[in-house]
Each structure stands twice: as structure tokens, then as C-alpha cells.
Ligand binder design. Structure first.
Ligand code: 87F
Length: 494
């Protein structure tokens, strides 16, 4: 959903993940999308010089999973109670969040029907039917859909909402080794969605036993951090389910030796929460700040007519500027409304987070130049019309990088390494993202949660980063004093 989802929020609607390119009429070079699309061998389908717009806002995640031979599909929204209860253990803990349809009009339904909170129970009965022999494997499906979870704790737009959009991938393999490999391949794609598109630094790691998806074998995640609130936030997850679901749903196959075996499964998801994290990380007191790569409008052109100036000339220059940029594949629009002042328009488009504003007034017209203003740092520069495209492209690239660098600096300034309980409590009070040596015992994590419970919510593990600092022999757990096994990130979270 990297670009796609963000665009949806900006009003450039798209259908599902699979059809993202088709309806995108303003993507520059109008109408030639299919023909232009060819592999460059660099992991991108568009060349920067041939189609800048598509190169820049490619539907990254969907294209990448297609390269991994994952097919898009769609399963129904409604789940029958019998199917839902099939995997009781897994659903039990989540049961209060399941929404049920109990009426049609005024009449009670004979059998209430659930709305999917996730699609395991809808999909896996078919996996059991479709998978017979080793040649049916791997089975790799993804769906872009909505799910409903009846949240009770403070719903927050995009971050925790009762309905949200996501992609959920569900794959089945003959061997654990294949499943293990895919878990990390997908996690890397999630990292890239956050870092390369949303300009948000994330930490890749493994969840603790307490925080993992209980139905699976192990859970990996990418974790982001919101400096202003001092809270961690899970950006996406990639689970190895092991054979738990295969047992419950009887997903068996005949292996190469003709023996009956059980599949190894994974599931993975990221959601519209990405939008919430992006708003929280980059937004400022004037409103949204969108990274150019995911901005539906990358450049807004605003006429600045003065009294007695050549108003028509200025408006024409705005239109031709938009045309020039659009032809170069840049998503540009002009705000030519005559019932709002330039100042009002500046605020309006700042609120919407448009990365670049171009102002054209009488002086610019006379000098064949435009004034360009960056949304992220308000820097202004005059650009000659002759080098407009080149310089706007460079600025968009610069802004994308700068947003990532600034976000990384702020995040890193919040990371605090501690080794004792006192240091831990002090860092927690300072809203830090805490890296601490831990004995990796579930009881100790529960104890930390209990001891830090307060108005602000308890502190828990966010992840054990794959990138581990040195852990000298004899290092003790900050919470239990037992020998530490690893460094883990701790913090309050969303
Ligand atoms: C709420 C109600 C019912 C989370 C729920 O993470 C069931 C569930 O199974 C539930 N909330 N979960 C866990 C979801 C696991 C897994 N599903 C596929 C993922 C990735 C995508």
C-alpha cells in the first residue's frame, strides 16, 4: 500500500492492490503505462529518465511480492460461526474484538455472522482442499482488503481504528527453511516501504514470546518510534506460523517420498497504520508533511497577482508550469481559484502536506523564473524556467532524503542504552526508546509490565533487534539481575 494507500487518503482512489496502475491517468506520459513498463534489472520497472512519475511513485510493495510469485486474491468479508470457532484457541483471546452481524433490517438473523478480523479461518479451509501433493507447494496468496476489530481502548485515526485496510499474505511451504527465508524477505520489503517511501526509520527484529502472535511459531516486526509521545509503534509484522494452523485445518500434502506431511506456513501484514505513523513522524504545527514519493500532489502552483499586474499572463504561466512538470512525470496541480487569496492557499496546501509550492507573481513572470518553497523546512529558492524540471526533480529527491535524515536524527536522539533498573526508570520517564540487556524470560517481561503500569500505559518489549550490540560475558538483565541473553528494545507503545 506504500504509494497506493497514501494516495487513497489523498483522494486518488484505487481498486485493490492488484490494479493499481490501470486507472492512474495523471501519472505522466498519459496512456502509455503498460508499454513503458519493462524491467530495468535494478528492481524498478520504470526508468527515471523515461517516466519520472512512475519511477517515483511505483506501487512498490505489490510489485515486489509479485516478483516473489505471490498471487493476489480475494476472500469473503463474512465468516460463519462454525468456521470462526474452528481454531478456538487462537480466536479465544481475540473474541471480544470480533464484530457480528445479528440483524437484517428489523429481523434477527437465524445465525449471526462474523466480520473478518483477519482471514485465517476464511482462507485455510481452502488451503486444505487445494494442497494435495508437494507439487501444489508453495502456495502463496495475498489479499488487499478491509478488516474489522472492535477496539475498546482509545481509537486513534489510522493508528487504531475499528475498520482498517491492509494486505494480508498467507503462504504455505513444504519445508521450514523456505518459510524462514520468506519471513525475512517480506520483513525487508516492509523496511523498505517505511524507509524508502515513507521516509521513516524502523528497527527490524523479533518479538518476545509474550508479544508474538500466539498462534504462530515466531513473529518478526519493523518498529517505528514517535519522539513526541515517546512511544514505539509496530509498523508491520511477518510471522512464521510453523505447523500450528496446518494441524488445526488439516493442511497436509504427500511429499516426494509419498509420505503424508504437514505444511509450514507464514502470514504477514501491513496496514493503513502506515499513514498514521507517517502523519505522526513528519507532521508539524502547520499540518501534514508528505514525503514526495507518496504524495498524490507533489507540486502545487499558485498565482500571486498584484493589483495592475498582468493577471492573465500570470495564470497562463501557472498553467504552462503545471503542463511542463506533468509532462516530466511530476504530479503537479495549479490552484487557480479566484475567490481565495494567495496566503490562504499557501496555508491550505501546507495543511495538506504538499512537498513543494511554486509561486508565480509579476516579478517572476518578468524574469522568466518561479519561486519554489519547500514544505518541510520553508526554504525558498528562485528557479529559472529554463531549468524548472531538473531543479524540481532534484528538490523532490532532496526533500525525501532530508525527511528521512531528520526523522532518523530525532529517533536516534531518543535511543537510550541502559544496564540497570534505575537507569531504565529514568529513561522511561524521559520518553526514551530503551535498549537494555535482558534474560529473555516471560515472567520478567510480565513483571516489568506490572511495575511500570500507570496512566501512560505499561512498558513492554518492542523487539529484539537483529542488529545486536556487543554483549560482554557476565552482563546482567536490567530487570531480574540474571545473566542477560540479548539486547532488547523496551518502551511504551501504541
Ligand atoms: C482480532 C480478532 C480475531 C489479531 C484479532 O498478524 C482474531 C485476531 O487473529 C487475530 N487480532 N489477530 C492476529 C492476526 C494474525 C495475523 N493474521 C494475518 C497477522 C498478519 C496477517
Amino acid at each position: 500500500m506504500a504509494g497506493g494507500q497514501t494516495k487513497k487518503a489523498g483522494g486518488e482512489g484505487k481498486k485493490g492492490g492488484g490494479e493499481t496502475k490501470k486507472g492512474n491517468a495523471n501519472a505522466g506520459g498519459g496512456g502509455k503505462k503498460k508499454e513503458v513498463k519493462k524491467e530495468t534489472g535494478l528492481g524498478l520497472s520504470y526508468k527515471k529518465d523515461e517516466n519520472f512519475g512512475e519511477w517515483y511513485s511505483e506501487e512498490f510493495f505489490d510489485a515486489e511480492i509479485k516478483k516473489l510469485k505471490i498471487k493476489n486474491c480475494y476472500f469473503p468479508l463474512f465468516v460463519s460461526p462454525t468456521v470462526l470457532q474452528k481454531e478456538k484457541e487462537h480466536v479465544e483471546g481475540f473474541a471480544p474484538e470480533v464484530a457480528w452481524v445479528t440483524k437484517s433490517g428489523q429481523s434477527d438473523l437465524e445465525v449471526p455472522i462474523a466480520i473478518r478480523p483477519t482471514s485465517e479461518t476464511v482462507m485455510y479451509p481452502y488451503y486444505s482442499k487445494w494442497i494435495r501433493g508437494h507439487r501444489d507447494l508453495p502456495l502463496k496468496l495475498n489479499q488487499w482488503c478491509n478488516v474489522v476489530r472492535w477496539e475498546f481502548s482509545n481509537p486513534t485515526p489510522f493508528i487504531r481504528s475499528r475498520e482498517f485496510l491492509w494486505q494480508e499474505g498467507h503462504t504455505a511451504f513444504a519445508t521450514k527453511a523456505e518459510a524462514d527465508e520468506e519471513v525475512l524477505d517480506i520483513l525487508e520489503l516492509y523496511r523498505r516501504v517505511y524507509e524508502e517511501y515513507l521516509a521513516i526509520p524502523v528497527i527490524k527484529g523479533k518479538k518476545s514470546e509474550l508479544e508474538k502472535f500466539a498462534g504462530g511459531l515466531y513473529t518478526t516486526s519493523v518498529e517505528a518510534f514517535i519522539p513526541n509521545t515517546g512511544r514505539g509503534i509496530q509498523g508491520a509484522t511477518s510471522h512464521c506460523l510453523g505447523q500450528n494452523f496446518a494441524k488445526m485445518f488439516e493442511i497436509n500434502f504427500e511429499d516426494e517420498k509419498g509420505e503424508k506431511a504437514m505444511v509450514w506456513q507464514n502470514s504477514w501484514a501491513y496496514s493503513t497504520r502506515t499513514i498514521g505513523v507517517m502523519v505522526m513522524v513528519h507532521g508539524d504545527d502547520k499540518g501534514l508533511v508528505l514525503p514526495p514519493k507518496v504524495a498524490a500532489v507533489q507540486v502545487i502552483v499558485i498565482p500571486v497577482p498584484f493589483k495592475d499586474a498582468d493577471t492573465q499572463g500570470i495564470f497562463d504561466a501557472c498553467t504552462s508550469t503545471v503542463n511542463t512538470l506533468t509532462e516530466a512525470g511530476i504530479h503537479a496541480e495549479a490552484d487557480l481559484r479566484d475567490n481565495y487569496s494567495p496566503g490562504w492557499k499557501y496555508s491550505h496546501w501546507e495543511l495538506k502536506g504538499v512537498p513543494l509550492r511554486i509561486e508565480i507573481g509579476p516579478r517572476d513572470l518578468a524574469n522568466s523564473q518561479v519561486r519554489v518553497v519547500r514544505r518541510d523546512n520553508s526554504a525558498k529558492v528562485d528557479i529559472p524556467m529554463a531549468s524548472l524540471v531538473e531543479q524540481v526533480k532534484d528538490l523532490l529527491v532532496t526533500i525525501q532524503k532530508s525527511l528521512y535524515d531528520v526523522a532518523t536524527q530525532k529517533r536516534d536522539a531518543c535511543i537510550q542504552k541502559v544496564t540497570t533498573w534505575d537507569e531504565f526508570i529514568e529513561a522511561l520517564g524521559q520518553k526514551k526508546l530503551i535498549l537494555a540487556p535482558w534474560c529473555d524470560e516471560e515472567e520478567v517481561e510480565k513483571d516489568v509490565k506490572a511495575r511500570t503500569k500507570g496512566e501512560m500505559g505499561a512498558c513492554k518489549t518492542l523487539c529484539t533487534p537483529f542488529e545486536q550490540p556487543d554483549l560482554p560475558e557476565g552482563t546482567l538483565c536490567f530487570a531480574s539481575g540474571k545473566p542477560a541473553k540479548k539486547w532488547s528494545y523496551w518502551g511504551r507503545s501504541y
